[in-house]
Design a protein around this ligand. Sequence first.
Ligand SMILES: Nc1ncnc2c1ncn2[C@@H]1O[C@H](COP(=O)(O)OP(=O)(O)OP(=O)(O)O)[C@@H](O)[C@H]1O
Ligand SMILES: Nc1ncnc2c1ncn2[C@@H]1O[C@H](COP(=O)(O)OP(=O)(O)OP(=O)(O)O)[C@@H](O)[C@H]1O
Ligand SMILES: [Mg+2]
Ligand SMILES: [Mg+2]
Lengths: 254, 254
Amino acid sequence: MSVCIAVTNQKGGVGKTTTTVSLGASLAARGLRVLIVDADPQANATSALGVKGRDEAGLYAALIEEEPLERSVEPTATANLWIVPTTPALAGAEVELVTVMAREFRMKRALESLRTQYDVILMDCPPSLGLLTVNALAAADEVIIPVQAEYFALEGLGHLSRTVEMIRRNLNPQLAIRGVLLTMYDSRTNLAREVEQEVRTHFPATFRTVIPRSVRLAEAPSHGEPITAYDPSSTGAKAYEELANELIERLRER
Amino acid sequence: MSVCIAVTNQKGGVGKTTTTVSLGASLAARGLRVLIVDADPQANATSALGVKGRDEAGLYAALIEEEPLERSVEPTATANLWIVPTTPALAGAEVELVTVMAREFRMKRALESLRTQYDVILMDCPPSLGLLTVNALAAADEVIIPVQAEYFALEGLGHLSRTVEMIRRNLNPQLAIRGVLLTMYDSRTNLAREVEQEVRTHFPATFRTVIPRSVRLAEAPSHGEPITAYDPSSTGAKAYEELANELIERLRER
Ligand SMILES: Nc1ncnc2c1ncn2[C@@H]1O[C@H](COP(=O)(O)OP(=O)(O)OP(=O)(O)O)[C@@H](O)[C@H]1O
Ligand SMILES: Nc1ncnc2c1ncn2[C@@H]1O[C@H](COP(=O)(O)OP(=O)(O)OP(=O)(O)O)[C@@H](O)[C@H]1O
Ligand SMILES: [Mg+2]
Ligand SMILES: [Mg+2]
């Protein structure tokens, strides 16, 4: 199994980074070799795993200077989990890629030689549909779309699925939406239940697993640890473990 | 008094749109003439006020085709509150502005003729530091930075304040950070208190007013109403009313 997944949603703060890091760590705990690619200039996935990015290496160098990406892969404190870290310098790539040849395929090319070394590659995307996200979608086999169970996140889903369709038609014919994931779910509110119903109706591929709002998930990044290390018995850790199982099930059915 | 304020933070989901709409409505309730400019292609401020954007009008036409902005101003259901709505087509401006002359000043020019008609202009920014946000910062007199009381939002503050400093030196000498605003504050968690302490230490201009987490604020947008209309007695509405008072106090001291 070697699959490359983009974790994306242009709506901000829906749990993209938390999902990439927590799901990555949960898959690694099951023995899969997992690579996380931090494609967001905020570099939150990098710091959430306690790693420090270097400006001259990493994704920016691979996208703009076509440096081989192997050199930028770093181990994390979690077994079976590696990362291509990033720094805010990556924001420059968003503008510099505009006039570069085959600009949408730079990430795909950079990842090609790494594909065989990992079972799962997870790409954390910035909250936009700019060239960094387009690159990740052109390189990916499939997409996971985290959605906070609230109104603005729901509103943006239609626009995002049209963009994925556009990428499939123009850049990446086998790109599939693997699933929409409900995050920060607070079952005490009507809002969450209403949004869940809307999402499940319009997106049948929505994961059964729902990630509850859990402050332990928000605390873990300040310790530079994924939830599997910071508090493995928390509801957040258990939910991402369940998601890892559900994803493996779905990947086996492909 | 005529002041133009950019509400910005590249971290996603920190309450930029909620603050722009709720603060705008609270200032309008005090009798000030307020204009909201939706500078985010997600167009969340537009839908939160129950307004529909038109692709051919609005901010995109003003930035790229230099159409006068007056034509795009629409009233809202709230007295004294108007909006320049937007649609996802605005995302195109982020790429198209890259090669345009005086690209950072298009928003400033577009707003010039409107400045005298409003007491306060609030610009809702997208979760990035791209050309739309740079345009808003070049046009603004001051900046309000919403920060969720969590780790990733805290981490991004240093980078944002360096960017504001860069804009002040190169594009807009009188740009000042009016304040950092703590949002979605859950006083039951240590995380919130720790982040608050860090923020107040490094950013002395942090507003006294803190916005609590309140599900009524998350419900209001699905009704197309600001919190002042949807649930004026909620803790969220009262907090934004307090913020409006504190802002007016600070603006009088300028
Ligand atoms: N299930 C959860 N319960 C509680 N807090 C959460 C949960 N998931 C994420 N968070 C917190 O919510 C905030 C937003 O999550 P996160 O940063 O992962 O979203 P994002 O989509 O990656 O944001 P951005 O759009 O800025 O990249 C973070 O402070 C994170 O720690
Ligand atoms: N004080 C609050 N209490 C509860 N929910 C809130 C509060 N403020 C905002 N929200 C909700 O949290 C989510 C994020 O807020 P909002 O969309 O305003 O942030 P943003 O910074 O504008 O996001 P983006 O980065 O995508 O532009 C929304 O669903 C909003 O309704
Ligand atoms: Mg993120
Ligand atoms: Mg917003």
